[in-house]
Structures are given as structure tokens and as C-alpha cells.
Design a protein around this ligand. Structure first.
Ligand SMILES: Cc1ncc(C[n+]2csc(CCOP(=O)(O)OP(=O)(O)O)c2C)c(N)n1
Ligand SMILES: [Mg+2]
Length: 359
């Protein structure tokens, strides 16, 4: 026993371990020093408009679901808007790719994709972005390098590893932004992907959207380590702990993470702490938490209200912001009309774009 301990102690990895500690903390330290992105007034206003578009779009989607116009699953992103906007506003859209799970409408809207085609996908119409065959959980836009929209919890992380490998192999200078939830973070394939991404130095930013619940289970009931940004430690992946309710903080963190990855220094694991206001999906009565908890979040940490305050301090007026809201409500109402009135897919399309052969 004594001999073994001695061998281990004198073995080489010690210096490496110290270095690893530094690498693991380095991005978090940079983030703590410079938390919020120094946005111009125009950028800030744009973030506000984008987040509000997601909020109003999702509220309308909830209504259409209630009316029976949207079938199947529908997972709303209300409350989490700052994550998609803060991160995706920092992307190089000519090069970088994005992949996420089923809570994907906000990530599509963050690209500026026409709300009409997203809403029409929700109502299962031919004009929808997946031609009405994907629905809420399976939206794609290869034109934007947005690779879904996936219903299998955690599966998108491994696929994201593949996208990052393609960026590296093709030397196209892009990175992959792979989002997943706090529940997905307990999936085995996430760690297989961490290992390979670190081993192969892949250009990928893993983002845990920690909205505090996986279906009806709070993180403290499902997760031994609830500080998700630390979960890359065993793979020497640096972590970042980010307030996902503050779009300027998320954008600030994105700047640091993307620079690290673009410089060829390998993957980053970012945890964005956020909160979903609605149930897991439209069929969830959300009995596992109190109304006060949700209201408390809305009252004190709402990402849109938070940015509104900054804008008002910067001299914007209530009237200007109200006019923006009015215009967005109109866009969303038009998207709903379009999604209700456009035709369903032609029956002749039943076997196109689907796998029907044996493999
Ligand atoms: C492999 C797999 N297991 C279980 C499910 C059922 N399921 C759908 S969503 C979900 C919870 C995931 O929670 P989280 O990762 O925190 O994402 P959130 O819904 O909070 O965005 C579960 C268990 C599934 N779709 N796939
Ligand atoms: Mg969750």
C-alpha cells in the first residue's frame, strides 16, 4: 500500500493537474471580471425586440394549442429568452452551427427566421419550415446551419459533437453551439461526447440551459452535482457559470467562450441559469412548484423587464417600447393567421423526406 501511494505521488501528472485547474477556472475568472457585454444602444434595443418576439410568439402558440390548432407536443420557451438571444447574437452565421432539443422555437426566432413558417410548422402546414411534418420538436434550417429540434433527451449533444468534428475536419472555421437541459445533463452520451470533444479538441460550446426542472423534477432531486458548469472537470473542459436571465451577461459569456473555441483551445461548458415560466409542455399542470415561486421569478428576474429597465435608464421612453410591443403583437397575429389559413401538406407528400426503406 505504502509503495503504491509513493509511486502515485511521484508520478508525473501533478504539474498537469495544476495546469488543468487553471484551465478549468480561467474562463470563469475572465467572466467574473467582465460580466456584462457592453452593448451599443442599437444592439440593446435589438436584443429587446428579439426577446419580446419570442415571448409574444410563445404566448400565441400557447393560445393556438388551447384552441386545438396545434397538435402533439409543444414546449414553450417563455422565461428563457435571454439564453438564445445572448448566445446566438454572438455567432458567425456564415460558419457556426447550432443544435438543440425540443424546446426550440426561440432558437429559430433568434436567427430572424420568418415567424410565419415557424408558426405554420406548429400547426402542421405545408408552408411550415419542415413542410408540416416535423411540428414543434423537429424544426430545421440547414440554410442557417440550425440542425434541430430533437425529441430524444440528450441526443443532440452527441450530434453536436459530430457537427463540431465536421467543422474541424473541413477546416471551415466554424463552431457548434449545442444546447441541452439540466435533465439531459444526466445522460451518459453527454459525457461520451465531452470526452471525445476534449480529446479531439473540437470547436464546440456545450450550453446547459438549467431551467431548474426536468419535466416535474427539480434539479436538487435529480442531480448529485447541481453546479452543471463543473461537470466538464473530469474531461478538462473549462466551465462558466452564467446568469441566463440577463441577456447582456449571456452575451458577455458568449464572447469569452467563442473566442476560446475559435482560437483552437477546445470545448467549453457553459451553464446558463434560467427558469421556465410555463409547464414542461402544454399538457403539464405544473403541480410540483408553487405559484409564488413562478411569480417571484417573473417579478424579480424577468429577462425582458430587466433589459427594459436598462433601456429606460438610457433614455428610451415607455411610449417607444410600447410601440415596439404593438408591432411585435401584429407580426405574431399575422403569423397565427398564416398558420391557420395555409393548406395542410398534400397527401402525395406522405412518403417524401421520410425514411421508408430498410437499413
Ligand atoms: C431519452 C429520453 N428519455 C426521456 C424522455 C422524456 N422526456 C422528455 S423531456 C424530459 C425532461 C428533460 O428535461 P431537461 O433536459 O431539463 O430539459 P427542459 O425540458 O427543462 O428544457 C424527459 C425526461 C425523452 N424524450 N428522451
Ligand atoms: Mg430543465
Amino acid at each position: 500500500m505504502a509503495k503504491q501511494a509513493k509511486t502515485r505521488k511521484s508520478a508525473e501528472p501533478k504539474a498537469k493537474a495544476d495546469n488543468t485547474d487553471f484551465v478549468l477556472r480561467s474562463l470563469q475568472e475572465a467572466h467574473e471580471k467582465n460580466k456584462r457585454y457592453d452593448a451599443s444602444d442599437d444592439e440593446m434595443l435589438h436584443f429587446y425586440e428579439q426577446m419580446l418576439l419570442i415571448r409574444r410568439f410563445e404566448e400565441k402558440a400557447g393560445q393556438l394549442y388551447g384552441l386545438g390548432l396545434i397538435g402533439g407536443f409543444c414546449h414553450l420557451y417563455i422565461g428563457q429568452e435571454a439564453v438564445a438571444i445572448g448566445l446566438q447574437s454572438a455567432l458567425d452565421n456564415d460558419k457556426d452551427s447550432v443544435i438543440t432539443g425540443y424546446r426550440d422555437h426561440g432558437h429559430m426566432l433568434a436567427y430572424g427566421i420568418d415567424p410565419n413558417v415557424i408558426m405554420a410548422e406548429l400547426t402542421g402546414r405545408q408552408a411550415g419550415i419542415s413542410e408540416g411534418k416535423g411540428g414543434s420538436m423537429h424544426m430545421f434550417s440547414t440554410e442557417h446551419k440550425f440542425y434541430g429540434g430533437h425529441g430524444i433527451v440528450g441526443a443532440q449533444v452527441a450530434l453536436g459533437g459530430g457537427l463540431a468534428l465536421a467543422h474541424k475536419y473541413n477546416e471551415d472555421g466554424g463552431l457548434c453551439l449545442a444546447y441541452f437541459g439540466d435533465g439531459a445533463a444526466n445522460q451518459g452520451q453527454v459525457y461520451e461526447t465531452f470526452n471525445m470533444a476534449a480529446l479531439w479538441n473540437l470547436p464546440i460550446v456545450f450550453v446547459v440551459e438549467n431551467n431548474q426542472y426536468a419535466m416535474g423534477t427539480a434539479v436538487s432531486r435529480s442531480s448529485a452535482e447541481t453546479e452543471f458548469y463543473r461537470r466538464g472537470t473530469a474531461f478538462r473542459i473549462p466551465g462558466m457559470d452564467v446568469n441566463g436571465m440577463d441577456v447582456l451577461e449571456v452575451r458577455g459569456a458568449a464572447e469569452i467562450a467563442f473566442e476560446h473555441v475559435r482560437a483552437g483551445r477546445g470545448p467549453v461548458l457553459m451553464e446558463c441559469n434560467t427558469y421556465r415560466y410555463r409547464g414542461h409542455s402544454m399538457s403539464d399542470p405544473a403541480k410540483y412548484r408553487s405559484r409564488d415561486e413562478v411569480q417571484g421569478m417573473r417579478d424579480t428576474r424577468d429577462p425582458i423587464e430587466g433589459l427594459k429597465k436598462v433601456l429606460l435608464e438610457k433614455g428610451k421612453t415607455e411610449e417607444e417600447l410600447k410601440a415596439i410591443d404593438k408591432a411585435i403583437r401584429k407580426t405574431v397575429a399575422e403569423a397565427a393567421d398564416f398558420a391557420e389559413t395555409s393548406p395542410e401538406p398534400d397527401p402525395a407528400e406522405l412518403y417524401t423526406d421520410v425514411l421508408v426503406e430498410e437499413y
